[in-house]
Design a protein. Structure first.
Length: 295
């Protein structure tokens, strides 16, 4: 556990500082965007800390060589629901502290100003990457083929559980006629996921003072992670209706899909950042002082 906490302490500032430095402007809008970005990144940083500490967790149980990959998958999937609330508190505290410590200064002109059409195109292309994971890879039939099609012998057998954590954002099956209406209700969570990703990528094109691949990737990971959490909460609320198991029983599934949010968030951010960098037009410079005409 000490490895997990040390990794979390190192990972969270490494992503929070670039996000806060790249966001321009002031006011309530910037504060809300900062809290949302840091909240998503806090959840992703906690997932990375769990991933880093997973080999130590498996080795401490005395089974480092027996069924290694299933053991890593089991260790990585534990405790993902706890950072949802803790990351929100840390995001609000960090944003408030940075607001108090930030000095007043003149903002430098941006080297490139993306147009509205460019920002929307970049957000759309990035959302298509995430939609591929939601629509194709998150289907139970495809996920089943991924899990059963890569089996091998020895200690590295059964990599399906570990691979599904990194490629499956959610889980859905084909609709059936008796429960088609309820199937549509569950799909609203996926729609909310894609809407949050598009909104986050759209803001990343105009809010940062400079479009860079690391900052864009971190912001995209944060937006995708928040979308996964919102989708998980919506699915849990639907599952809780008419049940007597208690709300905490369904809260444990909120953190599922965060590993895949890291992978496809980075891919979506890279695609969007490349689109913005290729299509952004230079900022118009101030007119130069008129030179005296020769006599």
């Amino acid at each position: 556990m000490r490895v997990r906490y040390a990794a979390l302490v190192l990972l969270f500032p490494c992503g929070a500082l670039p996000l806060l430095r790249r966001l321009s402007g002031r006011g309530v809008r910037r504060a809300v965007v900062s809290v949302a970005a840091l909240w998503g990144w806090g959840i992703a940083a906690a997932m990375l800390a769990v991933t880093v500490s997973a080999p130590w967790m498996v080795a401490s149980g005395g089974s480092a060589t027996f069924r290694l990959l299933p053991g890593l998958a089991s260790a990585m999937s534990q405790g993902r629901e706890l950072p949802v609330g803790a990351a929100l508190v840390a995001a609000a505290a960090t944003t408030g502290l940075m607001t108090l410590l930030r000095r007043e200064g003149t903002s430098e002109p941006r080297p490139a100003v993306p147009t509205t059409a460019t920002a929307r195109l970049a957000a759309t292309l990035g959302t298509v990457v995430v939609a591929f994971a939601v629509i194709v890879l998150s289907n139970d039939r495809v996920a089943g083929r991924i899990q059963t099609g890569l089996g091998s012998g020895g200690g590295l057998s059964e990599p399906g559980d570990l691979l599904r954590q990194w490629v499956q954002l959610s889980a859905w099956t084909m609709p059936t006629s008796p429960a088609f209406g309820r199937w549509l209700l569950y799909r609203l969570g996926d729609v909310a996921l894609l809407a949050l990703v598009w909104w986050g990528l759209r803001l990343l094109a105009v809010l940062p003072d400079r479009v860079t691949y690391p900052a864009y990737a971190l912001g995209s990971v944060a937006a995708t992670t928040l979308g996964v959490v919102v989708s998980g909460i919506w699915s849990s609320l639907l599952s809780y209706q008419g049940s007597t198991g208690g709300p905490l029983l369904y809260y444990v599934s909120v953190g599922s899909g965060v590993s895949a949010a890291l992978v496809f968030g980075v891919l979506a951010g890279s695609v969007s950042a490349l689109t913005v960098r290729l299509r952004a037009r230079p900022h118009p410079s101030s007119p130069a002082a008129a030179q005296a005409q020769p006599a």
